[in-house]
Design a protein around this ligand. Structure first.
Ligand SMILES: *Cc1c(COP(=O)(O)O)cnc(C)c1O
Length: 419
C-alpha cells in the first residue's frame, strides 16, 4: 500500500511514504474465483472501468492519475464543490453540531439543521415541503417504490436515468416506456393505461447524456388531460436552469403543476444528497414509507450546512450562473465552428460525438495526453454508434482554461479526422 502525503500543499513537490506491501485476508476458499472470469469478460467486451483518482480538490484544473489536466467532465456546474463559503459553512457546522449524525432520520438522527435545509429547499423550489435523502439515487428509488403499487402504471422516457429505472424495478407496477421526448408516445401510453388505479409519468428534466430538455410543459398538459401524476428528475437542471437556478419547473413556469420535484444536491450545489419537493403529505408519507429514507443514517450536519450555503449562494451571487452559461456558449460556439458534432444539447452538457466506442475511448485518451480530462461515454450507456466524450464546462473555468481546451480539441480532432 502506498500513501501519498502532500505536506507542501503544492503540486510540484510530493513526498512519498512507502509502506511495505501487506497481503490482507488469506482467503481459505475459492468461492469468489468466478469474479476473475467475470472481470475478464468485461475486459473482452471493452466495458471494464478503473477509477480515475484525483490528488487535488475538485475544480477547474486538477491533478488526476498523477497528471495536471483541465477538468471537463465534473458535475460541479457552479464551482461550488471547493468554494470558500461552503468550506466555511461546513467547518462551522462541525464546531456547532459535531461530525456525524449518529442515527437514521426516523430514530435519533434528525437535527434542527436537517429540518432547516428542508424548509429552505421548499422555499427555493416554491413547494409546500421538501425531504432530503442521502443521495439522488436514494430519492428516486425510495419515492417511486413508496408511491407505486401493483395496480398502478409508471410511464417513463426511454432515456431516463439509471436511478429512476432502479426505482421502477422496485415496484410491481405496470411499466410503459415511451420513445425519447416523444409526447405522442406518451399520449399513447396514457391511453393504454386507463384501467390503472394511479399513473405516474417520470422524466429526467435535463437528460444527462445529450443535454436535451424534456418537453415538460407538454408532458404536464397531457398529465392533466389524463389525470396522471408527474415526477421530474432535475439533477442536471438544479442550479442550472430557471431563475436563480430553480430548475426546470421554473424554466417552464410550471409551479404547482408538477406533483413530485426530485433533484440532487450533489451536482450544481457541490454537496451531497437528493431531495423530493412537493406537497406536505408527500413529505410525510415518504418519511413513513420510503425504504431508502428509513434504513439509512442522516447526513453529517456539515454536509447539510454546506448545502444550505450553496442554496444561499445561488440566490445571492448570480455571477456563478452567469459564468456557467457564458462559458457554455463560448465553448459550444468554438466547438461548432471547428466542425465538431456536438449533438442537440440545450444545456451545459456538451456531447462531442466520436462514433464507435473505440473512437470515443481514443479521443478521451488523446485529450488526456494533451492535458484535458473528459471520460468517454460508450455502449451500453449510449447507442453503439453514438459514442462520445461528454464535456461539462463549469462557472469556474477561466477563458484561459477554455481557450486551451479548445486548442487541445482542435489538435486532437484534426489528428483523429473528427473535424
Ligand atoms: C446524478 C443523477 C442522479 C443521482 O444523484 P446522486 O445525488 O449523485 O445520487 C439522479 N438522477 C440523475 C438524472 C442524475 O444525473
Amino acid at each position: 500500500m502506498r500513501f501519498l502525503l502532500d505536506f507542501t500543499k503544492s503540486w510540484e513537490i510530493f513526498i512519498y511514504l512507502e509502506i511495505p506491501e501487506v497481503s490482507w485476508g488469506n482467503y481459505v476458499n475459492n468461492r469468489t474465483d468466478f469474479l476473475k472470469e467475470m472481470i475478464q469478460d468485461l475486459k473482452d467486451k471493452n466495458l471494464f472501468i478503473e477509477l480515475p483518482v484525483l490528488s487535488t480538490e475538485q475544480k477547474n484544473r486538477v491533478v488526476l492519475n498523477g497528471k495536471e489536466v483541465i477538468m471537463m467532465c465534473s458535475n460541479n456546474y457552479l464551482g461550488f464543490a471547493n468554494h470558500p463559503r461552503l468550506r466555511a459553512a461546513a467547518k462551522e457546522a462541525i464546531d456547532c453540531w459535531g461530525y456525524g449524525a449518529g442515527a437514521v432520520r426516523q430514530i435519533a438522527g434528525t437535527m434542527e439543521i436537517h429540518i432547516k435545509l428542508e424548509e429552505m429547499l421548499a422555499e427555493y423550489k416554491r413547494t409546500e415541503a421538501a425531504l432530503v435523502f442521502v443521495a439522488g439515487i436514494a430519492a428516486n428509488r425510495g419515492t417511486i417504490q413508496a408511491l407505486m403499487g401493483e395496480e398502478d402504471a409508471i410511464i417513463s422516457d426511454e432515456l431516463n436515468h439509471g436511478s429512476i429505472i432502479d426505482g421502477v424495478r422496485l415496484t410491481k407496477s405496470r411499466r410503459m416506456v415511451y420513445p425519447h421526448l416523444n409526447t405522442e408516445g406518451l399520449k399513447k401510453a396514457l391511453q393504454e393505461t386507463k384501467d390503472a388505479r394511479r399513473r405516474l409519468i417520470i422524466t429526467d428534466g435535463v437528460f444527462s447524456m445529450d443535454g436535451d430538455i424534456a418537453p415538460l410543459d407538454r408532458i404536464v398538459e397531457l398529465a392533466e388531460e389524463y389525470d396522471a401524476m408527474v415526477m421530474v428528475d432535475d439533477a442536471h437542471g438544479d442550479g442550472v436552469l430557471g431563475k436563480d437556478g430553480r430548475g426546470i419547473i421554473d424554466h417552464f413556469g410550471l409551479e404547482g403543476r408538477v406533483d413530485i420535484d426530485m433533484g440532487t444536491l450533489s451536482k450544481a450545489f457541490g454537496s451531497l444528497g437528493g431531495y423530493i419537493a412537493g406537497r406536505q403529505e408527500l413529505r410525510e408519507y415518504l418519511i413513513n414509507t420510503a425504504r431508502s429514507f428509513i434504513f439509512t443514517t442522516a447526513h453529517p450536519p456539515c454536509v447539510t450546512a454546506a448545502t444550505m450555503e450553496a442554496l444561499r449562494m445561488v440566490q445571492d451571487e448570480p455571477q456563478h450562473l452567469r459564468n456557467l452559461w457564458d462559458n457554455t456558449k463560448y465553448f459550444k460556439k468554438a466547438m461548432g465552428n471547428m466542425g465538431f458534432d456536438i449533438g442537440r444539447s440545450q444545456t451545459p452538457i456538451t456531447p462531442v460525438m466520436a462514433g464507435e466506442s473505440r473512437m470515443a475511448m481514443d479521443l478521451s485518451r488523446q485529450l488526456f495526453q494533451e492535458g484535458l480530462f473528459a471520460k468517454p461515454i460508450v455502449f451500453p450507456l449510449v447507442a453503439k454508434d453514438k459514442s462520445r466524450v461528454r464535456i461539462i464546462v463549469t462557472a469556474q473555468h477561466t477563458r484561459e482554461d477554455l481557450d486551451e481546451a479548445i486548442d487541445i480539441f482542435e489538435r486532437v480532432g484534426k489528428r483523429m479526422k473528427l473535424i
